[in-house]
Structure formats: C-alpha cells, structure tokens
Design a binder for this molecule. Structure first.
Ligand SMILES: Nc1nc2c(ncn2[C@@H]2O[C@H](COP(=O)(O)OP(=O)(O)OP(=O)(O)O)[C@@H](O)[C@H]2O)c(=O)[nH]1
Ligand SMILES: [Mg+2]
Length: 429
C-alpha cells in the first residue's frame, strides 16, 4: 500500500547517502515526502538519537505522513521504541522489512513466494529469540514465553515452508551434468539490483534470435518501461543462446543489495547457486553510479559469486562520457579483469562481451581424421550439436576441428574411436 513516507538514516562516520533507501521506498510504492539524516554512533534505544526521532515525529505531523523508513536494521526493542514515540497509526519499517515487503510484492512464482515466506519466518524466529524472557511487554508482541511455545510454533512453520520448497523440482547437479555433456555451458548474470541484468539477458537472447526457454512475452516490456524498480527479478530465468558455435544457457539471478538481510540471502540461496555453479559469471555493474558506490556494489556481488571465471561488465555506458567511464574502470577491484563497456538498452558492446565470455569458458580443441561413410557423417553432426566445429574438410579422409568443453571433447574421442574401429581403419584424434 502506498504511503506518504519520511526517511531516517544514520551512519557512524560520514554523511548518510539516502539515494538507495529512497529508491527502495519508492520501489515499495511509497511516496517519500521528507528525509532526516544523522552522523553518530548507534543509540541503543532508537538507533538514531532521541532528538532526531522527535524531529522525525514532527516532520510526520507536518507532512501528514503515515510511514517512517529507517535505513538500518532495528532490534525489536528499537522498533517498538520508535512506534511508541511516533503519532498513533504511523508505521515503522527498517531496511529489512522494507526489502521484505518488496520481495513479497514481487514474488510471482511459487518458489519465490515460499522463499520470501521462509525469510520472514526466520526473521521472526530471531526476533522472538531476542525478546524471549525480557520483562518489557512490547506492543502486540508477547515476551513472556517460559515454555518456548511461540518459538516452537515459528520453527514448525519454518519446517513446513522448507518442506514445500524441497518438494519443488530442482535444477539439480545431475541435470547440470547432463546438460554439460550435451554441450551446454552455463553462464550466470549476477549484479546489484537494477544494474540491467534482465535487460541484458533479453538482448542477448533476442539479438541472436534464439530459442526462449520459458519467459513470458511481456516481461521485457515491463522491465524496460518502469524506471529503477529494485528487485524486479526474484526467480531465475534461463535462456538459450549460441555464441561462436558454443551453446549457452544464460541465467538471470536475483539482484544484490548492500546489507541484504541475512535471512533473505539464506532463503534465496538456491538462486545464488546458479551463479556459484556457472562456468562463467558475467558481473553486471551500473556504470552511471558514483565511483565509490559502484566499487562497493561490485565487492558485494563478488563476495557471493564464488571463485570461477568472472567477466565484469560496465552497463549503462550510454549514460556516462568516456572520461567518467575510464574513472569507473580504474576504480574496480584489482582482482577483476578489464571490464567490458556495454549498453544493454542501446545494444552496444555485445560483440566484446560475447568474445570475452567464450574465451572464459572451459575449452579444449581436438582434430579428428576419419574415413568417409555414414558413421563419420553422424559423428560430424554430433560435433556440430555439442560444440563449435571450426573446420571440416572432405579430402581423402574427413578432417574436423572441434572446440568444446573438455568433457565433450572426451566423448568425441571415444566416438571417433568407435567410428574408425567400425570402419576397420585407423583414425587419429
Ligand atoms: N540507460 C540505460 N538504462 C539501462 C541499461 N540497461 C538497463 N537499463 C535500465 O535499468 C533499469 C533496470 O534494468 P533491469 O534489467 O531490470 O535490472 P536488473 O539488474 O535485472 O534488476 P533486478 O532484477 O532488480 O536485480 C531498467 O529501467 C532498464 O531499462 C542501459 O544499458 N542503459
Ligand atoms: Mg532483473
């Protein structure tokens, strides 16, 4: 529900940057009418100082606001202290609850809905544990629970949701191995929320007019028309494309955000596995962000994506001039390779990206020489289906150069041996 909203943000040693929390509040559908910031250590009662909380309360009256968003994670007691200090009927959201609200509103698949439910319950469990045994009676929140009954009840609900999640069909390791053997390479797009991952995925698949594995026809329109809706994608979408003869399964993943609440990260772990298990991760960053914010965002994502090859992308290059782009390039963490500058909406930089992704894939090459015959033709067709055939020549014998995943090349060698053995001639692999 949309509400007139006042923001409150505190950081310990620098002026708080409210851009992100504002974008989050707006993504949740709220109208931000005022903001109040403070630089100081955390106050145990409110997080911000008491005087600042009173200033926020005053601002709420003045602007007739109904909601306060605090850009930190509040403890249960801070949460209730805020509610007590504000005019009646005004609600409080901290960063966690706001992000959860957005996730809840966006969840459109059964998996995403259950994952959000799991995160909410886990958070509830932590809160209950925190207030367990305290004397204070928080509004509507029982604290006297000597038998631990409320905690048991939440745990039961967590088990129930977890069981339902476990029952959903998984893209398991077995499936992945089968697709690898069939010649598919896995590429994951990972990045901060709103960096342009979904736009890039659509462009990659559409530009090459390749088969779409299961996204609705309207989701591009939705993605492109709405400016800066955070956490647009909550479930993994996978599309197929062929680049330089290699067949890729490219997955979009849920976006990251600074301080993404731990319970949410846990709940969405299966989506993140997509990035961790990929052959190559394309790390998408929004080049139009200020350099410091961008570096921080890239680090946040890097921490989560595992140790495999990473191709960094500076997307939205259309929004910055060359000087700024160079500055951004230089500011990326040293551990990263040179980034690819790209515009997913304008379609620039795709050739570079494709080249870099293919170069990062696990690859082996082999040359085969085989006798003419039906079996060899079958072998040639198999190679085309499972990898990139860089050359085929039909001379005295058929000669073929294959470039593919090492496991595919291994299968090809076995098949070539069968062909030559069957033909009673010697083949060379
Ligand atoms: N100017 C410009 N805008 C872009 C570009 N790529 C994406 N956008 C816009 O950035 C916004 C976010 O794009 P998405 O593709 O939804 O971002 P995402 O990374 O999938 O976001 P989440 O699903 O929330 O993690 C949309 O409004 C896009 O139109 C680009 O290259 N240039
Ligand atoms: Mg997305």
């Amino acid at each position: 529900m949309s509400r007139r909203t006042v923001l409150a943000a505190r950081t310990t040693d620098e002026r708080p940057d409210t851009n992100e929390i504002r974008a989050l509040a707006e993504s949740a559908g709220h109208e931000v009418v005022a903001e109040h910031t403070q630089t100081r250590p955390e106050d145990a009662t409110f997080d911000l100082g008491r005087g600042k909380v009173d200033e926020v309360a005053e601002s709420i009256r003045e602007h007739d606001a109904r909601l306060v968003v605090v850009d930190n994670e509040l403890t249960p007691s801070q949460f209730f202290a805020w509610t007590d200090r504000l005019p009646d009927g005004v609600e409080v959201r901290d960063r966690f609850r706001l992000v959860l609200d957005i996730f809840e509103a966006r969840a459109s698949t059964r998996r995403a809905t259950l994952q959000v439910e799991l995160a909410r319950l886990q958070h509830e469990l932590h809160r209950r544990r925190e207030v367990q045994g305290r004397d204070t009676e928080y509004k509507g929140f029982p604290t006297h629970d000597p038998e631990g009954e409320w905690i048991r009840e939440v745990k039961l609900r967590i088990d129930r949701v977890q069981n339902r999640l476990d029952e959903l069909p998984e893209e398991g390791d077995e499936n992945r191995a089968r697709k690898h053997d069939a010649g598919f390479d896995f590429v994951a797009l990972a990045g901060y929320t709103n960096a342009g991952k979904s736009t890039l995925l659509h462009r990659l698949a559409d530009d090459l007019s390749l088969e779409d594995l299961g996204t609705g026809p309207n989701d591009l329109a939705e993605t492109v028309n709405v400016e800066d809706r955070l956490f647009e994608t909550l479930d993994t979408t996978t599309r197929r494309c062929t680049v330089d003869g290699r067949r890729l399964l490219v997955s979009d993943t849920v976006g990251f955000i600074r301080d993404l609440p731990h319970d949410l990260v846990e709940a969405f772990r299966s989506t993140l596995v997509e990035a961790r298990e990929a052959d190559v991760v394309v790390l998408v960053a929004d080049a139009s962000k200020p350099v410091d914010a961008l570096r921080e965002r890239v680090r946040t994502v890097l921490d989560e994506v595992g140790d495999g090859p990473v191709v960094p992308v500076l997307n939205k290059a259309d929004r910055v001039d060359d000087t700024d782009l160079e500055r951004t390039r230089a500011a990326l963490p040293d551990a990263l390779d040179e980034p690819v500058a790209l515009s997913a909406t304008k379609g620039a930089g795709f050739d570079d990206l494709c080249e870099r992704v293919v170069a990062a894939l696990p690859t082996e090459t082999a040359t085969f020489e085989l006798p003419h015959g039906d079996e060899t033709m079958g072998f040639v067709a198999w190679c085309h289906d499972h990898g990139a055939v860089d050359a085929v020549e039909y001379g005295d014998r058929v000669s073929l150069e294959l470039r593919a995943r090492p496991s595919v090349v291994e299968q090809a060698r076995a098949r070539a041996t069968d062909v030559t053995d069957g033909a009673g001639a010697d083949g060379r692999a």
